[in-house]
Design a protein around this ligand. Structure first.
Ligand code: CMX
Length: 133
């Protein structure tokens, strides 16, 4: 598999409106609009930063993964996303290497991208997302 770059860093927030204000007013960045991904019970706001992005994540439901994360750990970095050349090939290779996967087949993420998560228990406590553009 080939990891091309850090695509984005996902940050779990209680209110994306408040968080956007900080990124725009304090840091001078510009958000690229929001999108709700119903399947993941989350509203995402991407904030481009150079060649990478910050993804603000607000849960749409108290039982969503992001709401559960905030309840347990508070707001903060929820995942790191690596952009890969070929997501099926990457998942196949990781499975062969016995890496615990959350998604054995890609699912649909924000922007219609194909994504898959690796389990944080297998990745030294960091939820890793793979994404293929
Ligand atoms: N980073 C690191 N560790 C995490 C974590 C995260 N984001 N989320 C959960 N964990 C840890 C928990 O702390 C817990 O550890 P302990 O057993 O030591 O207490 C363990 O993983 C299991 O967590 P849980 O709360 O008991 O179980 P969940 O039902 O919340 O499942 C997970 C956890 C990772 C499998 C689930 O959140 C998941 O499938 N995540 C992938 C999807 C996702 O996060 N989508 C949101 C992002 C949307 C996007 O970018 O498009």
């Amino acid at each position: 598999m080939r990891v091309k770059k850090i695509d984005h860093i996902g940050v779990a927030v209680k209110s994306s409106d408040s968080a956007i204000k900080f990124y725009e007013d304090a840091l001078g960045l510009k958000s690229a609009g929001s999108e709700t991904v119903e399947e993941q019970k989350v509203t995402t706001v991407f904030v481009p930063v150079g060649d990478s992005e910050v993804e603000l994540l607000e849960s749409t439901s108290p039982d969503g993964a992001v709401a559960k994360f905030i309840n347990k750990r508070g707001e903060g970095i929820q995942h790191i996303c690596f952009q890969v050349e070929n997501i099926e090939e990457a998942l196949k290779e990781l499975k062969e290497k016995d890496v615990k996967l959350i998604d054995e087949v890609p699912r649909k993420g924000a922007g219609g991208r194909r994504i898959a998560f690796l389990h944080p228990k297998a990745t030294f406590g960091v939820l890793i997302e793979l994404s293929e553009i």
